[in-house]
Ligand binder design. Sequence first.
Ligand code: NAP
Length: 330
Amino acid sequence: MAQNQAWTLASYPSGWVTEENFRLVTAPVPAPRDGEVLVKNLWLSLDPYMRGRISQQKSYVKGVEIGEVMVGQTVGEVLVSKRPEFKPGDKVLTQLGWQLFGIARDPVKLTNLQVPLSYYLGILGMPGMTAYFGLKEIGQPKAGETLVVSAASGALGSVVGQLAKIAGCRVVGIAGGEAKCDYVCGELGFDACVDHKAGNLYRDLKEACPKGVDVNFENVGGEVLDTLLRLMNLHSRIVVCGLVSEYNATEPYTYKTLRSVLVNRIRMQGMIVFDWRERYGEALKALGGHLAQGKLKYRESVVEGIENAPKGLIALLRGRNFGKQLVRLA
Ligand SMILES: NC(=O)c1ccc[n+]([C@@H]2O[C@H](COP(=O)([O-])OP(=O)(O)OC[C@H]3O[C@@H](n4cnc5c(N)ncnc54)[C@H](OP(=O)(O)O)[C@@H]3O)[C@@H](O)[C@H]2O)c1
């Protein structure tokens, strides 16, 4: 009989995540009951939010307890169905976490199989939705404005920047290292990209944004956000989407330039993608349309096999991913 393998949380990390924080357990593949389906997971998404789920700090959803299977979105194939709407072979989006097989009660059937299944974890999934609603509803970019997006080569930042280009903005990315910056300008078509590891963040950003910044789509926080605050224009907007540079820190970053929010009447708003869950269909249609027309480019960073999931998460949090971080499970 096939065996399931699952990563559970062994201990809460203090500071940086290590592989010792997780334990790989083996158990028989479970059998579905009425109303459930048994799914074989094909792809697992690794996302920065996972660091928050294994922290004991209060957050917007409940964290993972010691001994529980690590959370995560997955795309898989139905093996056994005890629900009339699903049959074996159907491809589904689920929240089964870091494991090879799982029982799903509320899978989402994937009907457009023209695109790679993994896209439903990235550009056509949660990161894509976040980019779409954060930009449209909070950033509200107008043609001719300057938009800056950090983690620009990543799952979310790459989509934000390309959508802002479609909206007619001057788009400046921030990314770590020359290769990522080359990709952001050369492949994604951004107007400029600043390497935050080069050591001249303020000077380089000022040069890339000669008319200041109208929209900052903030994915990183810390020094990047503090520096950008110095360049924001009157009545500009900051979409506080993520603060990945702070997720492993043991001490909070101390912001020095918050005064800019007051002086420039900046609208700075946090966002969590779930708040738009009723409208995911709208984002899927828009992003799918752009993708089909070749207007959106996208790349993935894949680690192979369930055994490497912790390594993949650590790589993502260290910025060693280049594109949407995934684990291929089958
Ligand atoms: N609010 C929401 O609903 C929501 C939903 C999804 C994601 N998010 C947030 O969006 C952000 C991007 O997520 P993603 O899934 O697209 O990940 P990603 O951008 O594909 O990967 C994370 C990237 O963050 C950058 N990074 C890590 N540490 C950094 C540091 N100390 N300073 C500067 N950059 C650093 C690295 O890029 P470089 O090498 O280029 O620095 C790394 O590749 C995260 O903050 C995440 O939490 C928010």
